[in-house]
Design a protein around this ligand. Structure first.
Ligand SMILES: [Zn+2]
Length: 113
């Protein structure tokens, strides 16, 4: 754990691992740690609740109330999420939600708009 790379965006050395991702707490940049992830990304298809294939930049809406980890906030059903970014991991959608900031969602809890 002592050899994590610096953040490629802001060069912060305070990076940490979050599953298969590396996360920079300084600028909130996240990126894949392993080169093998890249080959996975090419083949991985992420689908929404209805089985529609999701792509980077899609707009989705939340299909159920989602509790926000570490807070008492809830993302309400029907919340629109613009410009999603697909990532690897348990929560496979990276996005920003108005009023909440950067979030990670599970594709099974959203549908394409
Ligand atoms: Zn950074």
């Amino acid at each position: 754990m002592s050899s994590l790379p610096n953040c490629p965006k802001c060069s912060s050395e305070y990076t940490y691992e979050d599953g298969v991702l590396l996360v920079c707490p300084v600028c909130a940049h996240e990126w894949a740690a392993e080169s093998e992830i890249n080959s996975l990304e090419d083949e991985k298809v992420i689908k929404d609740f209805n089985g529609n294939v999701l792509n980077d930049g899609d707009t989705v809406s939340v299909i159920k109330d989602l509790k926000v980890k570490g807070s008492s906030s809830v993302i309400k059903i029907g919340t629109k999420v613009k410009n999603i970014r697909l990532v690897d991991g348990d929560h496979d959608i990276d996005c920003k939600i108005n009023g909440f900031g950067a979030m990670k969602l599970k594709s099974e809890f959203v549908k394409k708009v």
